[in-house]
Design a protein around this ligand. Structure first.
Ligand SMILES: Cc1cc2nc3c(=O)[nH]c(=O)nc-3n(C[C@H](O)[C@H](O)[C@H](O)COP(=O)(O)OP(=O)(O)OC[C@H]3O[C@@H](n4cnc5c(N)ncnc54)[C@H](O)[C@@H]3O)c2cc1C
Length: 438
């Protein structure tokens, strides 16, 4: 977020910068103008999203483009089943417009605060389905390249740029508009319950095969895993049974945010209480079943600020990796006051996707803002790397280009496109120099 003093601060508070110059383009033509001006002046330029990345991937320390005015739906094509929106449109606004038009995205992550371009640029994903990440649902986009050209990329025009720019880390240009595949709105039924650790881990493959979307939360220091299974119903939207408002307020606002925030704050201050607090938090979760339009089932408010690292490992080793992480946590005596999230995604064909070419299990590790995450994340990262894990680009990790390149079979495709669209590295920053090498 850009504050009144022009200081930009990310959601987690980990990244802060006062950019040299800020522009707020409202049209693709404004973006072309700003990029050409930056090129002529020999400066670097980046657009930020909503600042929900934990890494400094969005850090714009020279010319920053604020996305707020580059927002809105451009077109809905019912025959082609697509929606085109300006890059700075927030997912929550996109979802509202789609629901009103009787349409929906196929899948999404667990919040809706991000901009479309920001979300796809780091590979924001949900769990299950045919296309788990938003990037995999992109069928076209428009971007301004490092030579100041506005490129329309579709499967017919500049298909190689489209293939990489669906998840481009902000390295390939300033995206001005994105076209996503959509489908008629459907009803999703969520079933949530708490099960034992062994039962959850032993049934991961079966759960993924039998349900459209499976999400798990393990509370470290306990044997409890909260499982959320979302399945499509053959029902009309009018027949859905959402949670009553009072229950939503009590369970999702008061318990999952308010009370949970208080528990994590106590745990960060008095770490020896963490196991008891985790047992208490897990015991408060009751089984529930409800159904609603997709975005109201997939996403929920997240008001407790945390730190996060997330990795994708090959699907088949997901349970084994989690068991190894648990044993590491127990050996080191770490008291982790935040659940570990388990999601499963199908393989995709996107060069820099963590699921590129392989079915994956995503494991996400969190700590409350007030706790020190460094030893926990570093220790767990060693385990994840040993299993050929690939990091989420928007979440904390310590990888560099030298060790990332061999982990992605299509790495060179991305590098070739980058050479073509940003030969002078107009869009680079410190993060890109670390993970891409320039
Ligand atoms: C509470 C919370 C929940 C989250 N849940 C999930 C989840 O369920 N699944 C998941 O995968 N991730 C999740 N994330 C991570 C988040 O979705 C990603 O980090 C995402 O990239 C953030 O989007 P943003 O709009 O905030 O973009 P930013 O973080 O601001 O920017 C991300 C990148 O996009 C680039 N960018 C933005 N706009 C443009 C543009 N117009 N053209 C070119 N590049 C651009 C930026 O330069 C930067 O490189 C979560 C994060 C938080 C804080």
């Amino acid at each position: 977020m850009l504050g009144p003093t022009r200081r930009w601060r990310s959601w987690s508070g980990l990244v802060e910068i006062v950019p040299t110059t800020v522009h707020a383009p409202a049209t693709p033509a404004d973006v072309v103008h700003a990029v050409r001006e930056a090129i002529t002046a020999g400066r670097r330029i980046k657009m930020v999203g909503s600042g929900h990345s934990f890494t400094d991937v969005a850090l714009a320390d020279d010319v920053m483009l604020d996305p707020a005015a580059l927002s809105g739906i451009v077109a809905i094509d019912r025959d082609a089943h697509t929606v085109t929106a300006l890059a700075g449109t927030r997912l929550r606004d996109l979802n509202a417009a789609l629901t009103a038009a009787g349409l929906s995205l196929h899948n999404m992550g667990d919040i809706d605060a991000q901009t479309i371009a920001g979300a796809i640029s780091t590979g924001t994903h949900g769990t299950g389905g045919i296309w788990s990440s938003l990037s995999a649902q992109v069928v076209g986009l428009e971007l301004v390249t490092g030579t100041g050209e506005l490129l329309r990329c579709t499967p017919e025009q500049h298909p190689e740029v489209l293939a990489s720019a669906r998840l481009g880390l902000g390295a390939l240009g300033i995206i001005t508009a994105v076209t996503l595949r959509v489908e008629p709105v459907f009803v999703l039924e969520a079933h949530e319950e708490v099960v034992g650790w062994d039962e959850a881990l032993d049934s991961l493959d079966r759960l993924a095969a039998e349900n459209h979307h499976v999400d798990g939360y393990w509370f470290p220091g306990t044997d409890r895993v909260q499982l959320k299974r979302n399945n499509r119903l053959a029902a009309d939207v009018a027949e859905r049974s959402p949670l009553p408002r009072w229950r939503e307020l009590l369970e999702d606002e008061l318990m999952a945010n308010g009370a949970f925030g208080a528990l994590t704050a106590v745990g960060a201050r008095v770490p020896r209480l963490v196991p008891a607090l985790n047992r208490f938090a897990a015991s408060q979760l009751s089984a529930r079943t409800y159904s609603d339009v997709p975005h109201r089932v997939f996403t929920a408010p997240r008001r407790v600020v945390f730190r996060e690292m997330e990795y994708a490992v090959p699907r088949a080793v997901g349970g084994e990796v989690l068991r190894e992480v648990r044993s590491l946590i127990e050996r080191r005596g770490w008291r982790i006051g935040f659940p570990v999230e388990i999601r499963m995604t199908p393989a995709d064909d996107i060069p820099l996707s963590a699921s590129s070419g392989r079915d994956s299990t995503y494991l996400a590790f969190h700590t409350p803002r007030a706790a020190d995450h460094t030893a926990y994340f570093a220790g767990v990262e060693e385990v994840l790397r040993a299993y050929d894990g690939r990091p989420h680009w928007g979440k904390l990790h310590s990888r560099t280009a030298a060790d990332l390149a061999p982990a992605y079979p299509r790495w060179e495709e991305f590098a070739t496109v980058r050479e073509q669209v940003d030969p002078d590295r107009v869009f680079t920053n410190g993060y890109l120099r670390r993970v891409l090498g320039s």
